[in-house]
Design a binder for this molecule. Structure first.
Ligand SMILES: *[C@@H]1O[C@H](CO)[C@@H](O)[C@H](O)[C@H]1NC(C)=O
Ligand SMILES: *[C@@H]1O[C@H](CO)[C@@H](O)[C@H](O)[C@H]1NC(C)=O
Ligand SMILES: *[C@@H]1O[C@H](CO)[C@@H](O)[C@H](O)[C@H]1NC(C)=O
Ligand SMILES: *[C@@H]1O[C@H](CO)[C@@H](O)[C@H](O)[C@H]1NC(C)=O
Ligand SMILES: *[C@@H]1O[C@H](CO)[C@@H](O)[C@H](O)[C@H]1NC(C)=O
Ligand SMILES: *[C@@H]1O[C@H](CO)[C@@H](O)[C@H](O)[C@H]1NC(C)=O
Ligand SMILES: *[C@@H]1O[C@H](CO)[C@@H](O)[C@H](O)[C@H]1NC(C)=O
Length: 518
């Protein structure tokens, strides 16, 4: 039984008589209205305008009608051919592609193999280039990037079925997804990499074998791309290629790394974390007592004011560590404390995108969320379709450490990254502003402490609203100096091509030089 209290009744009566009535009812949104507004907005988001806008920025987009089916003359290639009409659950023909296992060296006794999936360029993709993609982890499969970030078909979080990906990077180029190092995905062999030199040796050793079979790809302009822990892989592999440690018939042009590990954990996670909580204080919604506690700890740990003092354009000199540790001093792991507190109020809190809430959407790859149906790449029919080992259990991120004794390499900002930027035509570092795993201001600090092209850091701060995404408008900032473009994107979590596909695609067009202004 519902009782209407007298003051409610009088309020209703007032509303009924009020001249405001029309305005009030005008805000009543029926289903069709909501959906049509959404659809109209979504059209802009999903449309991939590759064509040249008169007077616009995009130049030199060719249509390669001829690349629909690259043919490879080595008969060995046909064993890897994937019939695009037979990909399970994909109910259109995605066109030809090639997938399978190849060894990491030409030694007759080699038992270690990496899994790959190669896609030729789509109609607008350049035929003289090759994108290499690697996910991070360490131990996470690059097939995640294929299925949920920039492959020609997507099966994203919560999607019932796969859909065409209008922002497929095959619209730019051919692309090769590689599961590595050994221990990742379908790869074969005992994991044994000790450092990034070992990672590069496996990766490039595999590429040599790949190019023997797919020799038509030799000499292509190559772009090495990846995200997260691939912030370690990509610069070290690029350095290995530039130093010509072994012969490799590819012409490396540049790198793209999204939300990458570049420097110390204390810089990319701890120093900026309380500022990040303040910036998003209505998302975290912490109580005042806890906020006060965080502010106090922030001071004690020497993180407070660090950004104000040290994030300068141009930088004033080398950046100091806030304490003794490159991870976190005792009682100064505020990142973990914030994470735990965030989960109390929002058990669905997602480190990969802070805006997520219940209900958690299912994920056909089973990571980060669980899935109730078989994981896509662990299905027998999927494995058959792509020549994957049928007896191997596939998980998106390995349950074992693919570096059995840890990764002995230093973060790349202190070693190879400056040289890689200098030797590349262009390089992109991109960061989502809603990522909690790694925090954008931390990446900024790492870059302001790094010297490349003869100067330390960026000389000018990224200007507000400087990153304009086609059809969408300002979606963050970009600063380009000495061949390095640093992009930050609003509303994006950790996996940029998944969360902001248009923005990521556009940054790739800049990397390729087919867009003058990013
Ligand atoms: C694209 O490249 C492949 C391999 O290099 C070549 O076989 C093919 O003829 C090229 N197609 C076009 C349209 O240039
Ligand atoms: C594409 O090429 C493969 C061999 O490389 C061949 O088996 C297949 O039939 C071709 N598909 C089309 C549509 O021409
Ligand atoms: C495998 O072969 C390579 C050269 O072909 C040799 O250097 C290496 O020792 C061999 N390894 C084993 C385990 O037999
Ligand atoms: C981009 O790639 C997708 C997937 O291959 C394709 O369906 C779409 O037509 C392409 N878009 C453009 C504008 O070429
Ligand atoms: C800045 O770079 C130097 C090496 O060039 C390094 O020793 C120092 O730890 C870095 N500072 C930070 C805060 O990462
Ligand atoms: C305030 O937040 C902290 C951290 O989540 C929690 O431990 C504490 O119980 C909260 N206090 C109140 C009154 O909710
Ligand atoms: C799968 O089968 C291959 C070939 O029969 C074998 O070499 C490999 O060890 C098997 N892998 C697993 C995980 O059982």
């Amino acid at each position: 039984m519902v009782l209407l209290l007298p003051h409610v009744l009088s309020a209703l009566a007032f509303t009924a008589l009020s001249p405001l009535l029309e305005e009030v009812s005008a805000k009543h949104l029926d289903r069709n209205h909501i959906q049509s507004l959404r659809n109209k907005a979504a059209e802009k988001l999903s449309k991939n305008r590759l064509a040249v806008v008169p007077g616009g920025d995009v130049i030199d987009v060719k249509v390669n009608a001829g690349v629909k089916n690259i043919t490879f003359s080595n008969p060995a290639a046909s064993a890897f051919y994937v019939d695009g009409a037979t990909i399970p659950d994909v109910d259109w023909d995605i066109g030809p592609s090639w997938a399978g296992l190849l060894p990491i060296s030409g030694n007759a006794n080699e038992t270690r193999e990496l899994f790959f999936w190669f896609f030729p360029p789509g109609p607008t993709g350049a035929n003289d280039s090759l994108i290499l993609w690697t996910n991070g982890g360490p131990g996470c499969s690059s097939l995640e990037g294929m299925l949920q970030e920039h492959g020609p078909f997507s099966w994203g979080w919560g999607q019932y079925k796969p859909t065409v990906n209008e922002h497929s990077w095959t619209n730019l180029s051919s692309i090769l997804y590689i599961e590595h190092p050994v221990g990742t995905g379908y790869s074969q062999g005992i994991p044994n990499v000790q450092d990034e030199e070992d990672v590069a040796t496996q990766f490039v050793g595999f590429l040599q074998q790949f190019l023997e079979v797919f020799a038509e790809l030799k000499g292509k302009k190559t772009y090495l791309t990846g995200e997260s822990y691939a912030g370690m892989y990509v610069p070290y592999i690029a350095d290995y290629i530039y130093k010509k440690k072994v012969p490799l018939d590819l012409s490396l042009q540049g790198i793209w790394i999204g939300d990458p590990i570049l420097g110390w954990d204390v810089v990319q996670e701890e120093i900026p974390v309380v500022d990040f909580v303040h910036k998003y204080e209505h998302v975290f919604a912490f109580n005042q007592t806890f906020m006060k506690y965080l502010d106090e700890q922030n001071k004690k740990c020497n993180y407070a004011g660090y950004l104000d003092k040290h994030l300068k354009y141009p930088p004033k000199g080398p950046l100091p560590l806030p304490g003794q540790s490159v991870e976190a001093d005792p009682d100064c792991d505020l990142w973990t404390e914030v994470y735990e507190a965030a989960l109390i109020l929002n058990p669905a809190f997602n480190v990969y995108r802070i805006f997520d809430q219940y209900p958690l959407v299912w994920d056909v790859l089973g990571f980060p969320e669980a899935t109730e149906s078989p994981i896509y790449f662990d299905r027998q029919d999927v494995k058959k379709a792509i020549h994957a080992p049928l007896n191997q259990t596939w998980v998106e991120c390995a349950n074992i450490d693919v570096f059995p004794n840890g990764d002995a390499s230093l973060p790349p900002a202190f070693t190879v990254l400056p040289g890689v930027i200098e030797q590349s035509v262009r390089s992109v570092i991109m960061h989502g502003l809603g990522d909690y795993v790694l925090i954008a201001e931390g990446a900024r600090l790492v870059l302001q402490n790094m010297t490349w092209g003869g100067k330390q850091g960026f000389q000018k701060a990224p200007a507000p609203d400087s990153f304009i995404v086609e059809d969408m408008g300002a979606m963050g900032t970009v600063q380009i100096e000495r061949k390095l473009g640093y992009f930050e994107v609003v509303l994006s979590g950790h996996m940029l091509p998944q969360f902001v596909p248009k923005a990521a695609f556009q940054s790739m067009q800049w990397l390729f030089g087919i867009r003058q202004n990013p």
